[in-house]
Write a new protein. Structure first.
Length: 101
């Protein structure tokens, strides 16, 4: 599991804005003989959860844990055994109010 995270953190910053990074065969995150396991701390999906928390840092007081990825990750999509990360400029959310007539 560690090599998946390490490779992501090395390669993702090198991707151009608008690019995507795809990780496949993530069903192995649930297999102990691949360094993961259901409920195991090393399971890659725990790292994905931390990325999701980082991406939503505007809304909580926790610290950013993986800025090398989350500071330029604009989207994260999960499919069966696949994780897709979108690269781009991250912007603070804006709130606007529409006034009626």
């Amino acid at each position: 599991m560690r090599h998946i995270r390490d490779t992501l953190e090395i390669a993702f910053p090198k991707i151009s804005d608008g690019g995507i990074y795809i990780i496949e065969d993530l069903h192995t995150a649930y297999w102990a003989n691949y360094g993961g396991g259901f409920g195991a701390k090393a399971n890659f999906f725990n790292y994905v959860r931390e990325l999701i928390d980082d991406m939503h840092g505007w809304y909580h007081e926790g610290k950013v844990r993986h800025p090398i990825v989350s500071n330029s990750c604009t989207g994260l999509h999960l499919h069966d055994s696949i994780c897709v990360l979108e690269k781009g400029q991250v912007h603070a959310p804006t709130h606007s109010r529409v006034q009626r007539g």
